[in-house]
Design a protein around this ligand. Structure first.
Ligand code: SOE
Length: 391
């Protein structure tokens, strides 16, 4: 069976998720289109890379990503580093003829993202941006119902991504609060997942009208390189650094097909953990999804019997998208790991079958253009029309 060697740049939280996906993919989707092989892991020092390689099952380690990108044995470069390093690595990887998968958001703004898109297109390599949540079977099922016309013409999309890991002012100043590294705050980090849902399920966004807030303007400087994501709180009189990105974004949106809607993203919503939701109303029915209950899709169709009208729950399983490879009984449980396994499967399949996979760098670029427009709208306090922009 064909093997594809992966060089993974970054061995933190997302590195763990991607390594799990490479290990698990052939166990779920067999025969595998090709078996991803964990060849080399790169991190900032040899010591950190060595430990991460041992933990995540890679044969080799390195602290020099350029050497790994140039290594002729490597087929795929997987980028799971902070946002400010994505472009340089992806462009070098594309030039070296490697297929590239990169964590979201692709880069810090649309202009930087465009350089990545241009590079992969010029090199003719396969590319994917890791908006994994659209690969939750219940989300793919929503897409299927919409394409089959089950809820008719879409009127409204209401999407949220709410977390609370940064609601405490003592949560450290992770790189995710620094514009120079992250590009934007809640918008780029989690709002982009909702924008991906909106484009995937409804269509292209044409106009936005947003408000943005930074609730906690400074945070304790984080010790050590690893991103603590609010799990470690600093107490007492510790040095603080400036937060120069949005903590919260709320925007109205208009779609090309006439639908309207709203998108909200915040990491300051006490009690919300991974509250990634959408409710879509069509003229023949409605669909509701909440990632915190990710085996379930709530549906209501206008032709349901009058005495049974109301939302009901479909539990995803073998009858639904990706069901052929996943667990044999509905509601045994889809997790974050499974969404990443499906993502790896679709990426490997696109390489082997020489087809385009979505979301790819073009989608990542369009999402970056929408994100820039949201920030511009919040700053100018007015609607911003995207048809005049390069989407
Ligand atoms: C932090 O908000 C984070 O890790 C995001 O960066 C991921 O994209 C999301 O899936 C989980 O939360």
């Amino acid at each position: 069976m064909k093997k594809l060697n992966v060089g993974m740049i970054g061995g933190g939280f997302m590195g763990k998720a991607h390594a799990l996906a490479y290990a698990g993919m052939p166990m779920f989707f067999w025969p595998a289109p090709a078996v991803p092989h964990r060849h080399t892991l790169v991190d900032v020092t040899d010591e950190i890379a060595k430990e991460a390689a041992a933990k995540l099952g890679f044969d080799n380690y390195s602290s020099n990503w350029r050497e790994v990108v140039e290594n002729p044995e490597i087929d795929i470069i997987d980028i799971v580093t902070p946002n400010n390093s994505h472009a340089e690595i992806a462009i070098a990887a594309a030039k070296a003829g490697k297929h590239v998968i990169c964590e979201k958001p692709l880069a810090r703004d649309a202009a930087e993202t465009k350089t990545m898109l241009d590079a992969v297109e010029a090199a003719g390599v396969k590319h994917m941006v890791a908006f994994n949540y659209r690969r939750t079977p219940a989300v793919a099922l929503a897409k299927k119902y919409i394409e089959e016309g089950r809820i008719g013409n879409i009127l409204n999309f209401r999407g949220t991504y709410l977390q609370d890991w940064s609601a405490d002012p003592n949560s450290p100043l992770s790189w995710r609060f620094q514009k120079e590294i992250a590009g934007s705050g809640a918008l780029g980090d989690i709002g982009t997942h909702v924008i991906d849902f909106a484009r995937y399920l409804v269509g292209e966004i044409t106009d936005v009208n947003a408000v943005s807030k930074t609730w906690i303007p400074e945070r304790p400087v984080q010790s050590g390189g690893a991103d603590k994501l609010g799990t470690v709180k600093s107490a007492g009189d510790v040095p603080k650094g400036k937060v120069d990105v949005d903590d919260e974004i709320t925007t109205l949106v208009k779609f090309e097909n006439g639908a309207v809607g709203s998108i909200e993203a915040t990491r300051n919503a006490w009690g919300r953990n991974n509250f990634l939701t959408f409710e879509i109303h069509g003229d023949k029915g409605s669909i509701y999804f909440n990632y915190e209950r990710r085996d379930e899709l709530q549906v209501c169709f206008s032709d349901d019997p009058g005495d049974a009208k109301g939302f009901r729950t479909v539990y995803t399983g073998p009858a639904h998208p990706y069901g052929e490879g996943l667990w044999p009984i509905p509601a045994l449980g889809i997790g974050y790991g499974e969404t990443k396994i499906i993502e790896a499967y679709d990426f490997i399949k696109s390489i082997v079958s020489d087809t385009t996979v979505s979301p790819n760098f073009d989608d990542g670029y369009r999402i970056a253009v929408i994100s820039d427009a949201i920030l511009e709208s919040a700053e100018k306090r007015q609607w911003v029309n995207l048809e005049k922009s390069p989407v």
